[in-house]
Ligand binder design. Structure first.
Ligand SMILES: *Cc1c(COP(=O)(O)O)cnc(C)c1O
Length: 487
């Protein structure tokens, strides 16, 4: 280890007996002493095994650990599909307002008018942006939004007489799509993507039958490409009595330009932590609201946030509801952040997000396509998927490219996803980044392509400048070593 960066022990290995983080005045009033207030067997004389540290020991420990974090506030983070955009500090300020941060989730409606108004209006904004008829804010993540959406499909079809057995989805789908469908009891049927990386309506025609509940697609898809035959696909599925689910994780490519709801989609989830800038990736909990068409209204999770005359209220009295999918009202703090983001941008700003996200991704694509292979060279929107085909000639694989990027100071892009691309390198710059940052990243990628030719032997040991070089990732997940004392 170089310089003054030190390897950080766990807290239990730090400190020494007798150190104190804080001290309290001796209690003067015996009536408020623990001995007086608590039964004797509830009071511990000693706490075994806790480390003894000063305030400064603790502050330095956690500050050092925080400096090892890779974060959007410190670095460029081009993880495809994850939309690691900047999290504006204004959002954080608003979420910390006492009236929001200190509001008890079980406070009666009459005392919660401001929070309920915020939720109601956020629902309205998401409806306007997506073209859906109703929105529930309850799910805590994209994956939970998917599960909620497929449960709604199941409940709606059951009410019509038959929940059916299968869900169709393209082989490029995000892993959560088959997982959510399977959790709701459906058998997953994959639709092979065509040679342009898109869904071929003829394949949907071939696979769609009266046993199929829904198609679950992503638009733009996980290659960042618009499903051009979306209207033909929805027509085929609806024609056989099925429903259409759209994974809306890629909404930042379309916002303000076109609306998923206008494409005959029945259910859609939003990722507030992607499209609407709330922190994620270790930064905080997510939020995965679901937008639906009218037919699903009776089944929405309870409580539904409603507006009656001049009052906002929570309606629990909904006999056909699928029930609750999350405790309280979902991750409310994230709703405040997303609301702030939408209000601070306005309709023009929302459209500009998509335009800039698409421009930035296409700038990266145009600047690298002479060196990196594009398995699907068609038009892409907010992200671009390369692979390692050109570098494989020198025995350099996607992992090697990703690990080497760390030495150049960049977080690697998403790798080996989507699964239909062998050795995928999936880059999503987002609209937050300046041309300078993108140029730096492009230069690093170009330098790495050059090194792959001139010094291919150098790659196996990279990264050279990180705390850990190549951990055994599978082993770390299977047999985590979480050092903990006391012995
Ligand atoms: C991120 C993502 C999801 C899952 O969202 P989570 O909030 O991580 O559960 C689903 N589909 C796509 C295409 C995604 O990019």
């Amino acid at each position: 280890m170089q310089g003054i960066v030190i390897d950080e022990p766990v807290l239990f290995e730090l400190g020494s007996p007798g150190r104190q983080g804080y001290s309290l005045n001796r209690l003067e009033d015996a009536a408020t002493s623990p001995e007086h207030l608590l039964p004797a067997d509830e009071i511990r004389g000693e706490v075994e095994g806790l480390p003894e540290l000063t305030e400064l020991d603790i502050v330095r420990h956690f500050t050092r650990l925080s400096q090892w974090n890779f974060s959007i506030d410190a670095n460029f983070y081009p993880l495809g599909s994850c939309t690691m955009k900047y999290n504006p500090k204004l959002n954080e300020d608003m979420a910390r307002l006492d009236g929001f941060a200190g509001h008890h989730p079980l406070a009666p409606d009459a005392c919660s008018q401001g929070s309920l108004q915020l939720m109601f209006e956020l629902q309205e904004y998401l409806k306007e942006i997506s073209g859906m008829d109703h929105v529930t804010l309850q799910p805590a993540a994209g994956a939970q939004g998917e599960m909620t959406g497929i449960l709604l499909v199941h409940t709606c079809l059951t009410a019509r007489g038959n929940p059916r057995k299968k869900v169709l989805m393209p082989d490029s789908a995000h892993g959560t799509n088959p997982a959510s469908s399977a959790l709701c009891g459906y058998h997953v049927v994959h639709i092979p993507s065509n040679d342009q990386g898109l869904i071929d309506p003829a394949q949907v025609e071939r696979l769609m039958d009266e046993d199929t509940a829904a198609i679950m697609l992503t638009n733009p898809n996980t290659l960042g490409m618009f499903e051009q035959d979306i209207l033909k696909i929805t027509e085929i599925v609806h024609g056989k009595g099925g429903l259409v689910y759209c994974d809306g994780a890629n909404l930042n490519a379309l916002m303000g330009v076109t609306r998923i709801g206008d494409m005959d989609i029945d259910v859609l989830h939003f990722n507030l932590h992607k499209t609407f800038s709330t922190p994620h990736g270790g930064g905080g909990p997510g939020a995965g609201p679901v937008g639906v068409k009218k037919i699903f209204e009776p089944f929405l999770p309870v409580p539904v946030v409603e507006k009656t005359d001049q009052e906002y209220r929570l309606n629990y009295d909904r006999p056909q509801t699928i029930g609750k999918v999350k405790n309280f009202l979902g991750n409310f703090g994230m709703l405040v952040r997303a609301y702030t983001y939408i209000r601070s941008l306005g309709p023009e700003g929302i459209r500009r997000i998509s335009e800039m996200a698409v421009l930035n991704a296409n700038y990266v694509k145009a600047s690298l396509k002479d060196l990196y292979h594009l398995p699907y060279p068609g038009d892409s929107l907010h992200e671009v998927v390369f692979n390692d085909r050109n570098q494989l000639a020198h025995d350099i694989k996607t992992t090697d490219i990703a690990k080497t990027l760390i030495d150049f100071g960049f977080h690697p892009p998403t790798i080996y996803f989507p699964l239909i691309v062998k050795g995928a390198l999936m880059i999503e710059p987002t609209e937050s980044e300046s041309k300078d940052t993108l140029d730096g990243f492009i230069q690093a990628m170009r330098d790495i392509a050059g090194l792959a030719q001139s010094e291919p032997g150098e790659f196996a040991s990279r990264p050279h400048f990180s705390k850990v070089s190549r951990p055994d990732e599978a082993g770390a997940a299977r047999r985590p070593r979480l050092r903990w004392m006391p012995s």
